[in-house]
Write a protein that binds this ligand. Structure first.
Ligand code: GDP
Ligand code: MG
Length: 175
């Protein structure tokens, strides 16, 4: 008799945004928080598996990083294939990364054919003294685009588990 699968449902999530906003740091932080499995380095993409219990349903999120390809604007439809949730990240201490959200949001709407759920995440909110984008600005952008908004810090992991648990809940709810 085979072992039962350690999860009931399995969803792919993509983390995207400007270079240096902290996407890889978020993946790494999720990886050492202990509520996950492993990071696999392959050609091109890295991911981490994170498990949540949502009202008795064991949900596996396979969260993918773009492994530096965002820098060269070489994100393709392939990256988005079967993606059920997209996390669009900017850096609250870099106004330019916030201004580029428009570009990424447009990219997502063109290439992201499978995912209805997009979250906007302002990272590095431990850098309060260097803040260039207010919470309200982030919230406003997200609301205007019918997306949920969060701030976090890959450095101190504030809010990070909650964001992805929320995402697991929303994906489960629409699938
Ligand atoms: P990526 O290019 O989006 O994958 O960004 P990285 O994860 O490589 O991070 C870029 C830089 O920002 C690195 O020097 C990180 O240490 C730093 N960084 C990432 N997240 C945070 C954060 O939440 N707070 C602070 N203070 N620095 C961060
Ligand atoms: Mg990276």
């Amino acid at each position: 008799r085979k072992n039962p699968k350690p999860y009931d449902v399995d969803y792919k999530v993509l983390i995207i945004g400007e270079s240096r906003v902290g996407k890889t740091s978020i993946i790494k932080r999720l990886n050492d928080e202990g509520f996950n499995e492993n990071t696999i380095s392959t050609v091109g993409l890295d991911f981490v598996n994170v498990y949540f219990d949502i009202d008795g349903v064991k949900v596996k999120l396979q969260i993918w990083d773009t492994a530096g390809q965002e820098r060269f604007r070489t994100i393709t439809r392939n990256h988005f294939r079967n993606t059920k949730g997209t996390v669009l990240v900017y850096d609250i201490s870099e106004k330019e990364s916030f201004e580029k959200l428009e570009y990424w949001a447009e990219n997502i709407s063109i290439m992201n054919l499978d995912s209805e759920i997009v979250y906007i995440v302002g990272n590095k909110n431990d850098l309060e003294q260097k803040r260039e984008v207010s919470f309200e600005q982030g919230k406003k952008f997200a609301t205007r685009n019918l997306m949920k908004f969060f701030e976090t810090s890959a450095k101190n992991a504030e809010n990070l588990n909650e964001i992805f648990k929320n995402l697991a809940f929303d994906i489960l709810d629409t699938n």
